[in-house]
Design a protein around this ligand. Structure first.
Ligand code: UDP
Length: 458
């Protein structure tokens, strides 16, 4: 039997944002639970800001993106951030590799966020294996692949788009970056297309999805790259077989009291609460915030609404008092504990990929209110492909989603025949998610394949 010291040592390098850190941290824990030595490399800024509950057997190390004091927010915009991140990140990643070279456990492989392709160049420079980790759904990555290879011409926002393995996509179903020429969107588009610029050099391509969830998109992508689906990366404690030290994601970039939300939920009947969250980045206009607030109140269901501290001033005046016992507003929540609480009947979500796979894995029906980036495509799948939710419609006149639409979508999910069907489908997807990551499931086998190939060649 191989001793622990002979097991490969991987550096896992996420882009410094909550929605990238969570799945990659969780993947690190899974590799560590299966015997690898895993080091999560985060930026100095993230390391100074985060609240770390427990890293289990994963080690934490740092690199710099050139913004140690203020992170991306202090960079003056993504177009300034990305080049500096690449320059300073490459240098400090190389230093990290050299530091570990002097120990008994040098690095064998860099599992890098596909949003940071420069890390693959660094890995190759030092003769290491490189594994690209795609944090977004396969269908979205396949759209970007098609744009990168000019199989689709930009901007693609006027007619429906047909892409092999994907449902017919209307302009409003596409990732926002492919149909806008707005300033920062161009830099974001560059970031998502650059994922493919050197990928031919990658030894492994890992995607945070599972086969049955996107079988046709995975088949299409597999024709061009040997992809391995390894998701969902939801901690095992929320699934069937808990791994030791695997509680929650455990690394939060926002301050919160971990029991406020769950204590409140525990006083509510099963299936009675709407959980509302727009994730860690999305910003909502005050006008839209007011419509959400009114829609929630008018629906008369209980609601738990996560409004980040930076968004709080946009809430309608007096709304907290007005909603009284019906609602709880918090700045951040332990989302997995919330979604797995039996009081939650529906997740009103911005369709971030992690939030969506978390809800799917926990069998929670959704109201989809996508905002930008990959979210419109995820919203399309939630409603039309997986049929686990209802997607809100934007009002032609006001250009936002009005309160009546919000109330109606909540009712469709919480009540009636459509609600029943959606709940049944949500249960089915939970079973399939469990099957994928359970022993011998598609994702579990792919993780084992990745590990055994690395063991043979490391
Ligand atoms: N999250 C959380 N507490 C909250 C809101 C979000 O822990 O109150 C977590 C959520 O579980 C998910 C991540 O933050 O893992 C957000 O990632 P997602 O891809 O859903 O959206 P993003 O923040 O990238 O837009």
């Amino acid at each position: 039997m191989e001793s622990k010291v002979d097991q490969p040592h991987v550096i896992v390098l996420p882009y410094p944002a909550q929605g990238h850190i969570n799945p990659m941290f969780q993947f690190s824990k899974r590799l560590a639970s299966k015997g690898f030595k895993a080091t999560l490399a985060i930026t100095v800024f993230i390391s100074n800001t985060m609240k770390l509950e427990s890293s289990g057997s994963v080690q934490i190390d740092t690199i710099s993106d050139g913004y140690d004091a203020g992170g991306l927010a202090s960079s003056g915009g993504i177009q300034h951030y990305l080049p500096r991140q690449e320059a300073i990140g490459s240098k400090t990643l190389a230093e990290l590799i050299i530091k570990h070279k002097r120990t008994s456990r040098p690095i064998d492989c860099i599992i890098y966020d596909a949003a940071m392709p420069w890390a693959l160049d660094v890995a190759k420079q030092y003769g290491l294996h490189g594994a690209a980790f795609f944090t977004q759904m396969c269908a979205v990555n396949y759209i970007y692949y098609n744009v990168h290879h000019k199989l689709l011409n930009l901007p693609i926002c006027s007619t429906p788009i047909s892409i092999p393995g994907l449902p017919l996509l209307q302009p409003g179903d596409l990732p926002s970056f492919v149909c806008s020429s707005e300033g920062s969107y161009i830099a974001y588009l560059g970031r998502v297309l650059n994922q493919f610029k050197n990928i031919d050099k990658a030894d492994f391509i890992l995607i945070n999805t599972f086969y049955k969830l996107e079988n046709e998109a995975v088949e299409s992508m597999s024709k061009v790259y040997p992809v391995l689906t390894i998701g969902p990366t939801v901690p095992s404690i929320y699934l069937d077989k808990p791994v030791e030290n695997d509680k929650a994601y455990g690394l939060d970039l926002f301050d919160f009291n971990s029991s406020t939300s769950t204590d409140w939920l525990s006083t509510k009947p099963p299936g009675s609460v709407i959980c509302v969250s727009f994730g860690s980045v999305t910003s909502i206009s005050s006008k839209q915030m007011e419509e959400i607030a009114r829609g929630l109140n008018n629906s008369n269901f209980y609601f738990l609404w996560v409004v980040r501290a930076s968004e709080e001033a946009k809430l309608p005046k007096g709304f907290k008092e007005e909603s009284g016992e019906k609602g709880l507003i918090v700045n951040w929540s332990p989302q997995l504990d919330v979604l797995s609480n039996e009081a939650v009947g529906c997740f009103f979500t911005h369709c971030g990929w992690n939030s969506t796979t978390e809800a799917l894995s926990l069998g929670v029906p959704m109201v989809a209110m996508p905002q930008w980036t990959d979210q419109p495509t995820v919203g399309k799948y939630i409603e039309d492909v997986w049929k686990v939710g209802v997607r809100v419609k934007i009002d032609d006149v006001s250009g936002i989603v009005n309160r009546e639409e919000i109330e109606s979508c909540i009712r469709q999910v919480m009540e009636g025949e459509r609600g029943k069907e959606i709940k049944e489908n949500a249960k089915k997807w939970r079973e399939l998610a469990l099957e994928a990551v359970g022993e011998g499931g598609t994702s579990d086998r792919n993780i084992d394949e990745f590990m055994s190939k690395l063991r043979r060649t490391a």
